[in-house]
Design a binder for this molecule. Structure first.
Ligand code: ZN
Length: 411
């Protein structure tokens, strides 16, 4: 396995504690490969371009007017703890931060970790500035076992409001003055501040065949998609990549998959290609969207939670996700399409379906299919510990995902 490619994923993860940083990391990567950012969509689009807004980015490699679209989608957000606008708590000798829980956090996984803080500040001109403090600033301390005698029998019970408030000092601290100093911006009017585990992404296992990090769901997919788009050869098909925010909370926002970012870019490309409405309909009907979001690998300690014939193994390739109830968008035609892409390029591919008594999550796949009328295929890198502060996947599967996405863009 080419170590330098995998190292670029580890670096990506360490540099991207929030959706805003994911977009920034993606931009750096794209610009390295000759992509140009546009601030508005009203002018002619560059052949290799992107537009970014907050935690969402859409990038493209234009093909010809006759070609179809090959879209890859993923999401930039991960469940986490976020500092509220008026967070200062001083009590009982502790300085604490009032937080909001974002998305489906595995609460226990955030206990007793060294947490950094990152996000963006908005100044008095409405300008946004990113900042990141990847050092041990805060901690959600677990109650000692001696003070929680029932934990052995009843398990850990965490009240979402009372028990998840982080400590960040033992002297009186003002969050606003800290963030002004940290960001170097003196007129901070408002901010986004996300807590994150400061442990670096790392290879794991005696054979170093596994990868542990925060936010693998879904930055492993974001990274794979950017790699595939960067390396794609020119083709008659137009390649589009969309990384949406807010997937973990339902995708309904200006920068979420239910928002207009992708559909607007798709319309602008059609205009530039001179397509009439009917021709655009025909184009969409012959196009494909690959919706990438991590999948559940079979867990050695809980094998009974999986449908045994559709339980992905780590390091055996991406898993196509099927769900007739449309939690995933993949149809039999989509499954056939991606299988033929994988087969003709010698890329391993697995299939995931959930048990009927363990309902699965959903992805941006069905939403994108509904918005655009494009057939979508849901796919994901198999992982364990989804929504933990520190997740784990196979180290080879992100590379298989890049290969599959690259082949998908050309097919
Ligand atoms: Zn996800």
């Amino acid at each position: 396995m080419p170590d330098s490619t995998l190292n670029s994923l580890l670096t990506w993860l360490d540099h991207s504690p929030t959706p805003f940083h994911v977009v920034q990391t993606a931009i750096t990567s794209l610009e390295d490969s000759g992509f140009t950012g546009v601030a508005q969509l009203g002018n002619e689009l560059p052949m290799l371009g992107y537009i970014a807004h907050d935690g969402c980015i859409v990038a493209w490699r234009l093909g010809t007017a006759k070609g179809a679209l090959r879209i890859i989608g993923a999401h930039t957000d991960s469940p986490n703890l976020r500092v509220l606008p008026q967070p200062d708590i001083h009590q009982l000798g502790w300085s604490q931060l009032a937080i909001e829980i974002y998305g489906g956090v595995l609460l226990n996984s955030w206990l007793d970790r060294d947490l950094g803080i990152a996000g963006r500040v908005i100044d008095s001109n409405g300008e946004s500035h990113l900042y990141s403090a990847p050092r041990a600033l805060a901690r959600v301390p677990q109650l000692a076992i001696h003070l929680d005698r029932e934990i052995g029998d009843k398990g850990l019970h965490l009240d979402r409001h009372q028990h998840m408030t982080p400590v960040w000092g033992s002297t009186k601290q003002s969050f606003t003055s800290w963030i002004q100093e940290e960001s170097g911006i003196t007129d901070v009017i408002a901010y986004d501040a996300h807590l994150f585990d400061i442990a670096s992404a790392s290879l794991l296992g005696v054979d170093r065949s596994l990868l542990a990090s925060g936010r693998l769901d879904n930055q492993a997919s974001c990274w794979s998609a950017i790699e595939a788009l960067r390396n794609a050869a020119d083709s008659e098909h137009t390649s589009i990549l969309v990384l949406n925010d807010h997937e973990e909370v339902g995708s309904n926002s200006a920068t979420g998959a239910a928002g207009p970012m992708l559909s607007t870019v798709v319309t602008c490309i059609a205009t530039q290609h001179g397509l009439r409405e009917g021709q655009q309909f025909d184009r969409l009907a012959s196009s494909w969207c690959l919706s990438a979001d991590n999948a559940h690998a079979i867990h050695p300690n809980y094998p009974e939670r999986h449908e045994p014939r559709h339980a992905p193994l780590v390091n055996h390739g991406p898993a196509v996700k099927v769900n007739g109830n449309q939690r995933y968008a993949t149809s039999a035609r989509g499954l056939a399409h991606i299988r033929s892409v994988a087969l003709s390029n010698d890329i391993p591919l697995q299939t995931f379906a959930s048990r009927n008594n363990v309902p699965c999550g959903s992805t941006i796949g069905p939403i994108t299919a509904t918005q655009l009328g494009i057939e979508a295929i849901d796919i994901g890198i198999p992982q364990l510990s989804m929504h933990s502060a520190r997740e784990m996947c196979g180290a080879e599967d992100p590379l298989h995902m890049v290969a599959l996405m690259s082949a998908f863009l050309q097919h």
